[in-house]
Design a protein around this ligand. Structure first.
Ligand SMILES: [Ca+2]
Length: 378
């Protein structure tokens, strides 16, 4: 029996644009048929999305708004407005709900701000009160920032810790400096304190030597941790070499002394990279815990304008045995991928982020698919 999946598109610009493909136009991904629908319109540079058990979908807009989609409609009023420094690639970036959001009402965001002329990044915890967000406390701040390479992904690991990706803020050497928060993956307790079992005592640093990681995911079976990062785009005279890495505590991922594979033995090589000629510009990643692609690593590509599937194998799923590419050039720049509570997979696109050229089918959107039940329209 053919498995059925579906996609739901959240259009970001274009006001009253509506878009639903007729059944005869549904595309296929291998054996999976995909339904495509619009969800809502009028979002601006959506960056990350997460789901509450009460049915609300939270979306960050990079200029500084947190929006809520409820019952298929975008609340006209933002859940919260955050004063951010919307400079270049900076602004309101990652968002994640606390695993116990249903009772704690806590939500975390990562954003760029200015302090005495410096561009920096911080993570704050917000609380949901009467359907609106208020800042509860600062979790970590003074993460180096610039107009580019700001990292910004937030995820809770299966260990209940908050993981944060940070970029090198265009000072590559800082990625190797373990007294700097730049070019790292950080690990924190939900209240912002430093876990006792972090690899460097008293430090939030979990891994280092990263250029600009923006994807975080864990395998549902082995709990293997993965991160995707943007490789060099001219810095240090290098090109491309986007990476997907298996992340282990305390390890050095090489930047800027090594990029891609084949660095010194003290650096961990990626399990996949884009090579020296191709740029993916990977942003969000996901290892679905349900559905057709359960256990594969899905990666959204901005410049590469595709969804990439890495089929994982080997001990603890630490090898890539094959790769598949979907939607190349069809949906434009893809920013994030996440699985909803019913197994539906959502993709955010970003053609209006200053780098893309929106076309009729390439307007900023968030799409989703699932293969676990009857068709539904969100
Ligand atoms: Ca590396």
């Amino acid at each position: 029996m053919q498995k059925r999946s579906w996609l739901v598109l959240l259009f970001i610009l274009g006001g009253a644009i509506t878009f639903t493909l007729a059944r005869s136009e549904w595309p296929s991904l291998g054996q999976t048929q995909v339904q495509v629908e619009q969800v809502v319109g009028n979002l601006v540079i959506p960056w990350s999305v997460d789901f509450a058990s009460d049915g609300r979908i939270f979306v960050t807009e990079r200029p500084g708004r947190i929006r809520v989609i409820r019952d298929g409609r975008l609340d006209p009023q933002p859940w919260a407005t955050v004063q951010v420094a919307h400079v270049g690639e900076g602004g309101l970036l990652g968002l994640v709900l606390a695993p116990d959001f249903a009772t704690s009402r806590f939500l975390y965001v990562y954003y760029t701000y200015r302090d005495e002329g410096r561009v920096l990044n911080r993570v704050v915890r917000m609380v949901d009160r009467d359907g609106r967000g208020q800042v509860d406390r600062v979790i970590i701040e003074r993460i180096p920032g610039t107009a580019v390479h700001d990292g910004g992904r937030l995820k809770f690991g299966p260990d209940g810790k908050l993981y944060v990706t940070t970029g090198d803020a265009r000072e590559p050497s800082q990625a190797q400096n373990r007294s700097s928060l730049a070019g790292k993956i950080l690990r924190l307790n939900p209240d912002g304190s430093i876990p006792d079992d972090n690899p460097f005592p008293g430090s939030p640093i979990y891994s280092f030597g990263h250029r600009n990681p923006q994807g975080l995911a864990w395998h549902p079976d082995s709990r293997t941790m993965y991160a995707a990062e943007h490789g060099p785009s001219g810095d240090l005279g290098l090109c491309c070499r986007d990476e997907v890495n298996v992340i282990e505590a305390g390890k050095n991922y090489g930047w800027p002394e090594a990029s891609g594979r084949g660095g010194a033995p003290r650096f961990v090589d990626p399990i996949a990279d884009s090579g020296s000629n191709e740029t993916w510009a990977p942003s969000g990643i996901l290892v679905p815990s349900r559905g057709t692609w359960r256990g594969s690593l899905l990666m959204t590509a901005l410049r590469g304008t595709h969804l990439r599937r890495l089929v994982l194998s080997g001990p603890d799923f630490t090898r890539v045995s094959s790769q598949e590419v979907y939607f190349r050039g069809e949906l434009g720049r893809l920013r994030d991928v996440i699985q909803g509570p019913d197994g539906t997979i959502y993709l955010i696109t970003n053609n209006t982020d200053g780098r893309g050229r929106p076309g009729p089918m390439m307007i900023d959107s968030c799409e989703s698919y699932s293969d676990e039940g009857s068709t539904k329209s969100i």
